[in-house]
Design a protein around this ligand. Structure first.
Ligand code: M6R
Length: 593
């Protein structure tokens, strides 16, 4: 959470590059933003604003910036409210810093600095870092040494970049727990430190991902140089790799929003993962599989549990990473531990994986961002091939997470990939019906998503999607569980989305929808064509609206159902006038606990 970008350059106006890069990082947080630079008279200047980056851009466009060193930040608030005063960069005595992460010992450090007469103006944990660097400078250290001393005193997680108005040719960065990359422009006239390669698309031809505890110094003399120090402050080398993220990966390609583009990619990316799936992982000899993840990735794991147990007859546990890592879990020897993450940076999933590794077990990661921390630290990796996912609500990544787990337990040559593509396309072609339904349901007080068996994890995913995009409470429930309490909520102001394809659970789920109708609840029934003859008049009830998808059997049916619930969440949010790509209070990459 929070996005960082910084530059040291031979060019004169670095602000446009910083703002452009910051906009590409907005998915990491967007409650406020800011930029600091050192002008030609060696004065540190700072501009901050509350709200999305376009507001910061507006302010910056009104002034002329002549500078070749700067840092910028987009915030997702942890410590301190969303105010301009809490927005980064934070400044102390000519030092400015941007930070992603949480400083756990900031209270203790702040007390010490207050005694030294340092002043604080924000409620953040971050401001203490700027003051601590300034404190070490005051005690006779140069900027580099003061930065290193500071980093060694910090507890918690961080990616930090700092500049100092009295040493204008040095940019310093440090990474522990939060991602950070160095970027090099093709002409070698600009070097960058940023949260990820997406920020640096179109700016950096090559990049280096820093490792845990690394500190980087970028220096400008007659040319730009960089030095990396490891956690013991010894000079070290890290691999330089090409920056594969192109501008088209991070553009909307004609779609109104990133989320819609990404839902429409669901039909094509299933083929990407299918074509590239040549992993030699034999699960048949395992006693069990343990899947650990957060949010939508966790639901992909739950979905796979049904397939793997059904098809391969192997017991599967699925756990939420933030719970798993703080329990004292029993770790089995013949169990495969799978960690799922779109971003590969979710801190709870990463730490859960590290815990399993420390206990001596091999780990397999399913990740979309192949250069991410989880991808790099796992023993084995399955790349998801979804392409860059920008919309904060995860959609296409869920589809490929589910499909890659399915491909672990079916014979690839028997899998009907053309058929699957057609199924998803048929839902995409039906988008107008779903946008029409969204208009009907948008004022619902709350939502239930119900399903039985394999439809239940999809119900959970549907509820999460509508909740995060439409800001109303929504619950995913096993359909049979509704009468054990939740049915009390049902009245004419509540819509239930019933996922009931014509499968072995169909009749039972239909009975549950009757129970809801009997209490004046309203139903959106998502079912398959074959069910038309088995609805017993349900479809003509004024409180029921049916969506029919083409007939198929498991494991195929789940995929068009997923696309339906993604489109429904998308259009509901749109019809309420919300920002679907950047829903309030959220960030895409959850790098704090
Ligand atoms: O990057 P990850 O897959 O590890 O992210 C996990 C969750 O933070 C993520 O799925 C989140 O729940 C999404 N906003 C859901 O749409």
């Amino acid at each position: 959470m929070c996005g960082i970008v910084s530059i040291l350059s031979f060019e004169d106006d670095i602000s446009k590059k910083l703002i452009g890069a910051l906009e590409r990082l907005e998915y990491r947080g967007y409650d406020s933003a800011g930029l600091a630079f050192i002008d030609k008279n060696s004065n540190l200047q700072r501009i901050r604003s509350v709200g999305k980056i376009e507001e910061l851009r507006r302010r910056i466009n009104k002034i002329t910036i002549k500078s070749n060193i700067g840092i910028a930040h987009t915030r997702w608030a942890t410590h301190g409210k969303v105010t301009e005063g809490n927005a980064h960069p934070h400044v102390s005595n000519g030092v400015a810093i941007v930070h992603n992460g949480i400083i756990e010992n900031y209270q203790e450090l702040k007390k010490k600095l207050l005694k030294e007469n340092f002043e604080f103006e924000s409620e953040t944990d971050t401001e203490v870092i700027a003051a601590l660097i300034a404190f070490h400078i005051k005690n006779g250290n140069n900027f580099e040494q003061a930065f290193k001393n500071t980093i060694l005193e910090l507890k918690g997680t961080f990616a930090i970049v700092a500049i100092y108005e009295k040493e204008t040719n040095i940019l310093l960065g440090a990474k522990k727990g939060s991602p950070m990359a160095i970027g090099f422009s093709e002409d070698e006239r600009s070097y960058y430190i940023a949260s990820d390669a997406i920020a640096l698309s179109s700016l950096a031809k090559n990049i280096i991902y820093l490792e845990e505890g690394d500190i980087v110094k970028i220096e400008k003399q007659d040319k730009l140089n960089y030095t990396i120090f490891n956690s013991s402050i010894h000079m070290t080398k890290r691999n330089i790799i090409p920056n594969n993220v192109s501008l088209s990966d991070v553009s909307k390609n004609g779609y109104e929003t990133f989320m819609l583009k990404e839902i429409f990619e669901e039909a094509t990316i299933v083929r990407n993962i299918y074509n590239n799936f040549d992993y030699d992982i034999n699960i048949s000899d395992l006693d069990s599989i343990s899947i650990i993840a957060c949010g939508t990735s966790y639901y992909a794991g739950l979905l796979a549990k049904y397939w793997i147990e059904d098809i391969a007859q192997i017991h599967v546990d699925v756990e939420i990473a933030s719970e798993f890592r703080y329990r004292n879990p029993v770790i089995f020897s013949n169990t495969l531990y799978i960690f799922i993450s779109q971003s590969g940076e979710t801190i709870d999933t990463l730490c859960a994986m590290r815990m399993v590794k420390e206990l001596g077990r091999k780990t397999l990661a399913l990740v979309n961002v192949e250069t991410s921390s989880i991808a790099r630290e796992a023993d084995y990796m399955i790349k998801l091939f979804a392409g860059v996912e920008i919309g904060v609500a995860s959609t296409k990544a869920f589809v490929v997470q589910a499909l890659s787990l399915l491909l672990l337990c079916v014979k690839k040559q028997d899998f009907k990939i053309d058929f699957l593509e057609d199924l998803i396309n048929s839902v995409l072609n039906n988008k107008y019906q779903l946008s029409h339904i969204a208009e009907k349901i948008k004022d619902s007080r709350s939502f239930f998503y119900i399903g039985r068996g394999i439809n239940y994890p999809i119900a959970l995913e549907g509820a999460l999607k509508i909740k995060e995009l439409s800001y109303v409470s929504a619950e995913g429930y096993p359909a049979g569980e509704i009468k054990h309490g939740p049915i009390a909520i049902i009245d004419e102001n509540v819509y239930t989305i019933a996922l009931a394809p014509f499968d072995k659970y169909f009749e039972k789920t239909i009975s549950n929808t009757q129970e809801i109708l009997a209490r004046n609840g309203k139903i959106i029934l998502i079912t398959t064509e074959k069910a038309r003859d088995h609805l017993h008049g349900l479809e003509s009830s004024k409180n029921v609206y049916c969506v029919f998808i083409p007939d198929s059997d498991e494991p195929y049916t789940s995929f068009p159902l997923i696309t339906v619930i993604h489109l429904l969440a998308y259009y509901t949010s749109k019809s309420k006038g919300y920002d679907v790509d950047k829903p309030r209070n959220l960030a895409k990459s959850v790098t704090v606990e």
